[in-house]
Design a protein around this ligand. Structure first.
Ligand SMILES: O=C(O)c1ccc(O)c(O)c1
Ligand SMILES: [Mg+2]
Length: 621
């Protein structure tokens, strides 16, 4: 289907917006009147600029407060509309969005309202134009899609149809299901926006918190399916009012927007919708991920030694040395950490790269490319393993490799391992060594404020990871939001976090470092085997814990002794976990033992950890 984006979705001047939309591959735009009003270009110039960029103008909007109980006022509205038709003719756009009135004099009588809209539609038809009527969720009298349809139906005018906006429909109680029965041809335009579930004034919700499809909580595929069932074959057009996107780099936002539509179309094809008429495009399937392959840290002369000491203390061995680069491989069972001294500009990411395994890495990269996240070859020497990286929104490089980890052949064995590990061997014989760390349980990646929602959509669509429940909690340097993504078998988990507000000036530059969490089957035994101090946890925590969960005093004493934190879910699943202090200024490690299907991340303990890490940084204890 054709893909469009409203100019209100992205930041900048009209020029910036059009350039961004075109470079992301959109076919058309919804032109917001404000963007035209502030532009130095005449409507004819806007039209030719769009044509040069390969963009059509699919909708002009919004026309507000048309109808009126005051006849004089209504006639003024018609006059105002005539002027807009002239502008639209110069722009080369034939459809104008008329939203339901919010004015005190708005009409509440369906027949009168239908008559006024029909009068407008008559004039539009004279200009070869059409009216798309949209119920704003906060319209004075018309605030639901079914009422707007009733009025359009009554008006029964060929130049009058509906504009359906997923936000206005799904933010209200009224069921969207009967949309499938709307007369074919009467849905003139479809606007798409997702949003998180929020209990707040619907106008504020709409104007500040809309998101691109797949980033919020609405069932967009279900909604679009209803609209397609009603015969709609116009563009899928994004209309997202979002405070962050409004001030972010428009080129990036437009790519994020395009990714959301590509993924949405794919979901419609997966759901079995017969897309033949509307030419829905499917993606290569999401990769079947089999685990974390490695996590790479960019290190320098200061953080490198600190990380090596910590890894040794965690029971890792330096097993491999890269053939051509200053890059070390450290391993313990299926946990693999790479220390890379060759990456000089590390950017904002503490973890510079991570790799996941898949039986079909090539298909995973093809899917990423279709989702506008193209893989680029890693800098490599002749004879080295093929390893292409996708760049995540925070700059982290994401590799997808085969389950046999062919990249390991790039490392020469150091001989450090009991049992004689050889390069390229699928599974190192080191399970007996170490502290019982078995595999990566999850990565904790604090995200830049402007890219949190983008990151969620990236991991969900590109790697096919499902969103787990989001959490919010109060932490020492401000409110935090966390959202985890994981594959269905829980072999790959990534916990994304962000500050609820942009970082305060008082907060440390790295207010939430990144981390790798390793899994153990027995955290008490692992804690005994560690040769590095766990992060000290305050006594108050254990007193509170004992009270909250009515835990056995002996068990709490054991947790306290090792600095182990605890959480329990509603089904009796338990998490035991411990943290290291911050290492090298930007990262730390966690060790987790999940019991009885615990599927979360111990979020209630994150503020305890953050306070303890700060205390440790300031006092050294
Ligand atoms: O917030 C608004 O006023 C507004 C305007 C036009 C739209 O299409 C819409 O969905 C909302
Ligand atoms: Mg709208």
């Amino acid at each position: 289907m054709r893909r469009s984006i409203a100019t209100v979705c992205v930041s900048g001047t009209l020029d910036d917006k059009l350039t961004a939309a075109a470079s992301a591959g959109f076919d058309g735009i919804e032109l917001f009147e404000n963007d035209l009003v502030v532009s130095p270009w005449s409507p004819v110039e806007v039209r030719s600029r769009c044509a040069d960029l390969g963009l059509t103008i699919d909708l002009y909007q919004p026309f507000r407060d048309l109808d009126s109980l005051d006849d004089g006022h209504f006639r003024k509205s018609l006059d105002r509309a005539r002027r807009k038709f002239d502008v639209m003719a110069q722009l080369g756009v034939d459809t104008v969005l008329v939203c339901s009135s919010v004015a005190p004099d708005a009409v509440n009588d369906d027949d009168l309202l239908a008559a006024q809209l029909a009068a407008l539609a008559d004039r539009a038809a004279d200009h070869g134009m059409r009216i798309a009527y949209e119920a704003l969720a906060w319209g004075r009298h018309v605030s639901t899609w079914d009422r707007s349809w009733e009025i359009v139906r009554r008006a029964d005018h060929p130049a009058l149809g509906l504009c359906l906006d997923s936000f206005h429909v799904l933010s209200r109680e009224v069921s969207p299901d009967p949309i499938a029965g709307i007369t074919p041809g009467k849905i003139f335009f479809l606007q798409l926006a997702d949003a998180p579930h929020l209990r707040m004034d619907v106008l504020q919700w709409s104007r500040h918190h809309r998101l691109f499809p797949g980033q919020g909580a609405f069932d967009l595929p279900g909604f679009v399916r209803l609209v397609l069932a009603a015969g709609y074959d116009g563009p899928l057009s994004l209309e997202v009012f979002n405070d962050v996107f409004r001030q972010a780099d428009p080129t990036r936002t437009a790519v994020d927007a395009m990714r959301s539509l590509v993924a949405l179309e794919d979901q419609l094809t997966i759901a079995g919708y017969d897309g033949s008429r509307t030419a829905l495009r499917a993606l290569p399937p999401a990769p079947d991920l089999t685990g974390h392959a490695f996590t790479e840290f960019a290190v320098d002369g200061r953080s490198g030694p600190e990380l090596r000491t910590a890894l040794r203390g965690l029971g890792f061995l330096h097993t491999g040395q890269h053939r051509t680069k200053p890059v070390e491989l450290w391993e313990q069972h299926s946990c693999r950490v790479i220390l890379n001294s060759a990456v000089t500009a590390t950017g904002p990411a503490a973890i510079s790269a991570f790799a996941v395994t898949s039986v079909d890495p090539a298909a995973a990269l093809a899917r990423a490319e279709a989702l506008r996240a193209p893989a680029h070859p890693n800098v490599r020497e002749p004879g080295e393993a093929e390893l292409a990286a996708i760049t995540a929104p925070d700059g982290t490089q994401v590799f997808v490799t085969g389950p046999a980890n062919p990249w390991r052949a790039d490392f020469l064995p150091t001989g450090a391992k009991a049992g004689g590990w050889t390069a390229g061997e699928p599974e190192a014989d080191d399970a007996k060594a170490g502290a019982g760390l078995l595999a990566v349980d999850h990565l904790g990646l604090a995200q830049p404020f402007d890219h949190f929602d983008e990151a969620g959509l990236f991991y969900h669509s590109v790697l096919g990871l499902d969103h787990l429940a989001a959490e919010e909690y109060a932490a020492p340097f401000g409110l935090m939001r966390s959202r985890a993504v994981a594959d269905p078998a829980r072999r790959v988990r990534v916990a994304l976090t962000v500050s609820l507000l942009r970082r305060g000036e008082w907060a440390p530059a790295v207010s939430d470092p990144q981390h790798v969490a390793f899994a153990t089957a027995d955290l008490l035994a692992t804690a005994e085997a560690l040769d590095l101090p766990a992060l000290p946890v305050p006594d108050n925590y254990y007193d509170d814990l004992a009270a909250r969960f009515a835990l056995d005093a002996g068990f709490v004493a054991t947790l306290r002794k090792h600095g182990i934190l605890y959480d329990r879910d509603a089904n009796g699943g338990e998490l035991l976990h411990l943290y290291t202090p911050v290492i090298g200024g930007r990262v730390f490690f966690e060790i987790v033992e999940r019991r009885a299907g615990y599927d979360r991340f111990g979020e209630p303990n994150a503020p305890v950890r953050m306070a303890a890490q700060r205390h440790r940084r300031l006092t050294g204890t």
